[in-house]
Design a protein around this ligand. Structure first.
Ligand code: PLP
Length: 375
């Protein structure tokens, strides 16, 4: 058997997106060309912009296509720094694309702590913003909508009220949330919001950033005047078409958390601990620790049994490293025994049941191998 439950790393491309990509790739045309082929390509990009605007809220003119989610996050952070933010408040559980970009942005970086359930500590944020030193420029706060490792949903609306009162800029990385829960940037008070195609059934290598009236984007990439001068480079027309097709499909469906919850209950009955269980979470994500059974051993044993999950967040080197998310939650010890199981648009209740069966079997084998010999 082969079962892929690592959607938060990347998810299968939806058939609608594959069709849209294939159709677009089959036609020539640079959206900047004024002849018929160029105009057709331009029409694809602008129709996609409308679809993405429907997903993220706000007018289509506020959607900028990027090369990935990482770039969308970086465009927001670098723009804030370029327009006068000299100190960035980054939640301690942000994705590396936010943390590492903030670190090299030239601004000072401070980390917004989270509770043991992985929820941002808004009392801390309120106190910090109240004591803001005007010499640090405009406050910039990055708070993701849902965490990629635990699925824990963050109180973005409440955070936006605090940030707005401080005349700051709130950036929301909605890359894991998009297509799974509502991601209306205007409704949640985000000044900028990032998404990425490959997390909701679009292709890899295409993302978008939307911005509100209080955010000014400053180009990071220079060259042509694409994306109204905000992001130079010929648009990835086929990728953008696939991104939009995935968004249209994701917007009309809802993921039922019940099979995930049933799986969580079955593992808990065997002694496992669900991370972030008391907090609202994405319906597709289960971060679960089994004390005594290391994450990497779990992932390898499950892989041998044909089941693909991950240990914390997948990192580019393929190595398993300590999760800064679980460390920020004070779950360092459990973190070493945690795996992330994530389904999505193609996952069925039977898949979750099959996960439980495989995991239980692998766990029994692990226990049998490590049982102390009888005295
Ligand atoms: N932000 C979050 C929360 C993510 O989960 C990811 C991908 O894992 C990214 C950003 C980076 O997105 P991309 O892979 O499109 O660059």
């Amino acid at each position: 058997m082969s079962l892929y439950l690592d959607y938060n790393a990347t998810c299968p491309v939806r058939p609608q997106a594959i069709d849209a990509i294939a159709q677009t790739l089959g036609r020539v045309g640079n959206p900047s060309s004024i002849h018929a082929a160029g105009r057709t390509a331009r029409a694809v990009v602008e129709a996609a912009r409308n679809d993405i605007a429907a997903l993220v809220g706000g007018p289509a003119s506020t959607v900028v296509f990027t090369g990935c989610g990482t770039e969308a996050n970086a465009l927001a952070i670098d723009s804030a720094v370029a327009t006068g933010s000299r100190r960035l408040i980054i939640s301690a559980i942000e994705h590396d694309s936010v943390i590492e970009t903030a670190k090299v942005s030239g601004a000072a970086v401070e980390y917004l702590p989270v509770t043991a359930d992985g929820v941002a500590d808004l009392a801390w944020l309120q106190a910090r913003l109240a004591a803001w030193d005007p010499a640090d420029g405009r406050p910039f706060v990055a708070l993701m909508l849902a965490n990629n490792e635990t699925g824990v949903i963050q109180p973005v609306l409440e955070a936006s009220e605090l940030v707005r009162a401080a005349e700051g800029w709130l950036h929301v990385d909605a890359i894991q949330a998009a297509g799974k829960i509502l991601t209306d940037s205007r409704a949640m008070g985000a000044d900028t919001l990032a998404i990425s195609g490959h997390k909701f059934g679009g292709p890899q290598g295409v993302g978008a950033l939307t911005f509100g009236p209080r955010a000014t984007l400053v180009r990071r990439q220079h060259g042509g005047g694409q994306e109204r001068g905000r992001r130079a480079g010929t648009e990835n027309v086929a990728g953008i078409a696939g991104l939009a097709a995935a968004a249209r499909a994701a917007m009309v469906e809802a993921i039922d958390p019940a099979p995930r919850d049933a799986a969580a209950a079955a593992l808990k009955a065997l002694g496992a601990v669900v991370i972030g269980e008391a907090a609202p979470r994405l319906p597709n994500t289960l971060c679960v620790a089994m004390p005594g059974w290391g994450s990497d051993l779990q992932v390898m044993a499950l892989d041998l049994a044909g089941l693909m999950v991950s240990a914390g967040s997948a990192c580019s080197s393929g190595k398993v490293k300590a999760s800064h998310v679980l460390v920020a939650m004070g779950q360092d010890e459990l973190g070493g025994c945690a795996i992330r199981v994530s389904g999505g648009w193609g996952t069925t209740a039977a898949d979750w049941a099959s996960f439980v069966e495989t995991w239980s079997k692998s766990h029994s084998q692990f226990v049998a191998r490590h049982r102390a010999p009888a005295a």
